[in-house]
Every structure is written in structure tokens, then in C-alpha cells.
Write a protein that binds this ligand. Structure first.
Ligand SMILES: NC(=O)c1ccc[n+]([C@@H]2O[C@H](COP(=O)([O-])OP(=O)(O)OC[C@H]3O[C@@H](n4cnc5c(N)ncnc54)[C@H](O)[C@@H]3O)[C@@H](O)[C@H]2O)c1
Length: 433
């Protein structure tokens, strides 16, 4: 069975299913198709399936012509019909892993996807979980569900975890050239999953277990969350000491070894960094272990939107205005530069906090034409028009490359710059983080 699966992978006869066609699943599906596999994308969202079947991309990092080409060549199709999972040799699960309201891991999407896989599981299939999750998910949650009908992992079917490391908006590192970590439930599972990825991406790194592979991803993202927490605290400290934190970081990063720059900002955003460390600390707590670094970084990072609001109060105070009743224009709401992803964006917290203090809010973000948060709907307005209407204060939350920073800096109104986007400008009305 193992040899047959490997043969089918090596000869590109294997059919590959990708469950969840979002920011992770769609680029991966396109790469499998580029590698020569027949790929079927499975999603509960019929609109996404229809878009793909029409040869269109709804993910900015995935080129529409690439989708059109693989769809036209018959290498990629999409469906909401989970029964077609039975026809797949390999299945990659890329569904969301958010937090519950209680801030515990919400594995309900993974469980639903695995239920669909289990319903049609057949001997010889390779199942890979890619969704970021706590160590133990694959062998404590996924494996028992798949084995419930009697087939055994690493014997009758193959089971692996391979974390997705894609970085939205990153033109240099993509699904194709980011090294892929693979940890199987057993040796055969590792080899089968590694073979699939070796046919598809440039570099594959095998680790000894699914738990190690799960932990690798959480180490990477916890490393970022903790270092961002450190540098955010340094920003607060530097403000008190009247030192420009951005200049400090720029100088420190000239050290050719032993230092890696991280930058302060209005808070953590996106589907990964604010969430993944919480998956880890939740699981560690079950083993009686308190993750002190994660907790502390979480406290510092989640205080940043409130700190930004204090800086807005300071900026408005400099022109003798209160927050209450002032017109505050937010520049950029996506969680990072040049992406359209609003998930966990700290700009939403800044908007909410300013709104509670009576500010009249507007925003500009060409990547996010409109959004609804906390029951309030907002629509993006053109930045030039917004500045012409003379807001009392402007807050740069996201430093998209399309913004005209010279106009923002010269608008005459105080600007709170949370991203050092106005680095080249020196005016008394600029309030840097
Ligand atoms: N976005 C990133 O940059 C990134 C990077 C690395 C890892 N991850 C991880 O990858 C996973 C997926 O994240 P994403 O950003 O692609 O999410 P996403 O929300 O963009 O996409 C998930 C897709 O899964 C679909 N879906 C949900 N439940 C389903 C089900 N039961 N069956 C079929 N389809 C289903 C949704 O409709 C959606 O299209 C998460 O665990 C995330 O933490 C994300």
C-alpha cells in the first residue's frame, strides 16, 4: 500500500485534495497543480469553489493567471461535495484554527474536516494536517477519529502534520520556496508526506513526530510574539526616556550576528501571531506548566492599542483639542502592509477605543474598502480627500506602500505614526510610537 502510494506520488498519478481554500489552502493547491498532480479543492464556501472553477483568484498572493492556467489545464477544480474525498490519494487539511470567546483553542473546523475525511477514509490514503494547532492535535484528536472505523495509522493509511509557514504579502518567500517541515505519525507516514511535498516545494525537512512538527510552528510564532512584546515594551520605555526607538533598532541591526530586528506597532494582528502562542500556553497548562514569557508578551502586546489612543490624546492635546468630538482619520486598517487581511487587526481596537471616547472616525485603506466591527460598519474614503477635509488628527495604523506619506506629513494636523512610516519627515506635529 505504501509502495503504491509512493509510486503514484512519484509518477504524479496521485490525486490531491486540499480542504479549506483560504490564504493557506489556495496557494498550496495551486503549487500541487503546478507540480503535476490532479488537485481538488474542498471548501464549505460555495462562492470560493465557484470562483476557482471560473479560474479566478480571491487571494492577493495567488496570481489570477496561475489559477486560470491550472483550472484550464484540468489540474485544479473545486467543490463543496466532501464525498469526493474518497477519490483522493492525499488530503491536506488547511482549515481555520481560531480561539473561542473564552480564548481556548477552537478545533471545531478541524474536527468537521476530519469527520468528512473519516467518512470516506480508505486504505492507502495520506492525510496531512496543515492548520496551526497545539502539540498533540494530530495524535490525540485526528488519529482516533480516523481510526474509528478500524483502519490503522501508518499501517493502513498515512498521517502527518506539516505546518504552513506562508507569509501574506511576502513576494520573496512563498509556498514554493519556504522550507516545509514534515512530521509523520510513523516512518511510512513521514516518508509519504515528504514525497508529496518534495514533488511540490523546493525544500522538505523531516522531523521525528507530528508533535515536533506541531511545536516547530508554535515556536516560530511564539518567538515573534515574544520579541514583538519586548520591542513594544522598549518603545514605551524609550518614549518615557525621550529616545527614538526606531533609531535604536536601526542602529542595533547593523550588528552582523546575534541580533534580529523586530519593530513596535499598534499591537499584534493576523490569524497567527496573536493566536498561536495561546494554543501553546493552553496546552502547556494542561501539563501543569505556565508559559510566563507568552503571558507577559501577551499583556504588553494587547496594551498597545490603548497606548496608541493615549498618544492620540497627546497629539490632540498639542492643538488644544479633546478626543471627544474630534475628527480622527485612520490610515490603514489591515493588520499589516499591503495585505487585505483584517483578522485580529489592532486598527480595529484603536478604532473601537477612540469611538468609545467620542472621536468621530473615518479611515482610508485601498485593500479594505469596507468592514463591520462591533456592530459598526465603516467604508474607506480616499486619503487625499480625507486630508483635504482637515481631520483634527491622523493615525497611521498600517503603512501600505501606496499611501502618499509626504501629504500626510504636510497636512498640518497632528499625525500619530505607529509604524515609523514618516521616518523621512521631521515636523513638530508628528508623534512617533
Ligand atoms: N493566513 C496565514 O498567513 C497563515 C499562515 C500560516 C498558517 N496558517 C494557518 O493555516 C490555517 C488556515 O488559515 P487560513 O488563513 O488559510 O484560513 P482562511 O480562513 O483564509 O481559510 C480557511 C478556509 O477553510 C474553509 N473551511 C472551514 N471549515 C471547513 C470545512 N469543514 N471543510 C472545508 N472547508 C472549510 C473556509 O471556508 C475557508 O475558505 C489556520 O490554522 C492558520 O492558523 C495561516
Amino acid at each position: 500500500m505504501f509502495a503504491t502510494l509512493l509510486d503514484r506520488i512519484h509518477s504524479r498519478q496521485a490525486s490531491v485534495g486540499v480542504i479549506g481554500l483560504g490564504y493557506v489552502g489556495l496557494p498550496l493547491a495551486v503549487e500541487f497543480a503546478h507540480a503535476g498532480f490532479d488537485v481538488t479543492g474542498f471548501d464549505v464556501d460555495a462562492t470560493k469553489a465557484a470562483e476557482i472553477n471560473a479560474g479566478r483568484s480571491y487571494i492577493p498572493d495567488v496570481c489570477a493567471t496561475d489559477v486560470a492556467a491550472v483550472v484550464e489545464a484540468g489540474r485544479l477544480k473545486a467543490t463543496t461535495d466532501m464525498s469526493a474525498l474518497a477519490e483522493m490519494d492525499a488530503i491536506d487539511i488547511c482549515v481555520p484554527t481560531p480561539l473561542r470567546k473564552t480564548r481556548d483553542p477552537d478545533l471545531s473546523y478541524v474536527v468537521l474536516a476530519v469527520e468528512a475525511v473519516a467518512a470516506t477514509l480508505k486504505a492507502g490514503q495520506l492525510i496531512i494536517l496543515e492548520s496551526t494547532t497545539y502539540p498533540g492535535t494530530t495524535d490525540e484528536v485526528v488519529q482516533p477519529m480516523l481510526e474509528a472505523q478500524g483502519l490503522r495509522a501508518d499501517v493502513d493509511f498515512f498521517l502527518a502534520f506539516s505546518p504552513e509557514r506562508v507569509d501574506l504579502g511576502n513576494q520573496r518567500f512563498t509556498t514554493k520556496n519556504i522550507p516545509k517541515i514534515v512530521g509523520g505519525f510513523g516512518a511510512s507516514s513521514t516518508e509519504a508526506a515528504a514525497a508529496l511535498y518534495e514533488a511540490t516545494v523546493e525544500t522538505v525537512i523531516r522531523v521525528s513526530s507530528t508533535r515536533v512538527a506541531e511545536m516547530v510552528k508554535l515556536l516560530e510564532n511564539t518567538f515573534r510574539a515574544v520579541n514583538i512584546g519586548l520591542v513594544n515594551e522598549l518603545a514605551l520605555m524609550c518614549h518615557k526616556m525621550d529616545i527614538n526607538v526606531w533609531e535604536v533598532i536601526d542602529a542595533a541591526k547593523t550588528k552582523p550576528f546575534g541580533f534580529m530586528p523586530f519593530y513596535p506597532g499598534p499591537g499584534l494582528g493576523g490569524h497567527c501571531i496573536p493566536i498561536d502562542p495561546i494554543y501553546l500556553s493552553w496546552k502547556a497548562r494542561q501539563s501543569g506548566f505556565e508559559c510566563r514569557f507568552i503571558e507577559l508578551a501577551g499583556q504588553v502586546n494587547s496594551s498597545m492599542p490603548g497606548y496608541v489612543v493615549e498618544r492620540v490624546a497627546e497629539a490632540l492635546n498639542s492643538v488644544r483639542k479633546p478626543i471627544n468630538g474630534s475628527r480622527v482619520h485612520i490610515v490603514g486598517v489591515a493588520y499589516k502592509r499591503d495585505v487585505n487581511d483584517l483578522r485580529e487587526s489592532p486598527a480595529l481596537d484603536v478604532i473601537e477605543l477612540l469611538g468609545k471616547r467620542g472621536a468621530e472616525l473615518s479611515y482610508s485603506d485601498p485593500f479594505v474598502p469596507e468592514f463591520c466591527h462591533g456592530g459598526h460598519a465603516m467604508r474607506s474614503i480616499d486619503l487625499a480627500a480625507a486630508l483635504q477635509s482637515s481631520p483634527d488628527c491622523t493615525v497611521i495604523c498600517t503603512d501600505h506602500s501606496v499611501f502618499d506619506y509626504a501629504t500626510i506629513a504636510g497636512s498640518g494636523a497632528p499625525v500619530v505614526d505607529t509604524r515609523n512610516a514618516l521616518q523621512q519627515f521631521d515636523a513638530p506635529g508628528i508623534f512617533r510610537l
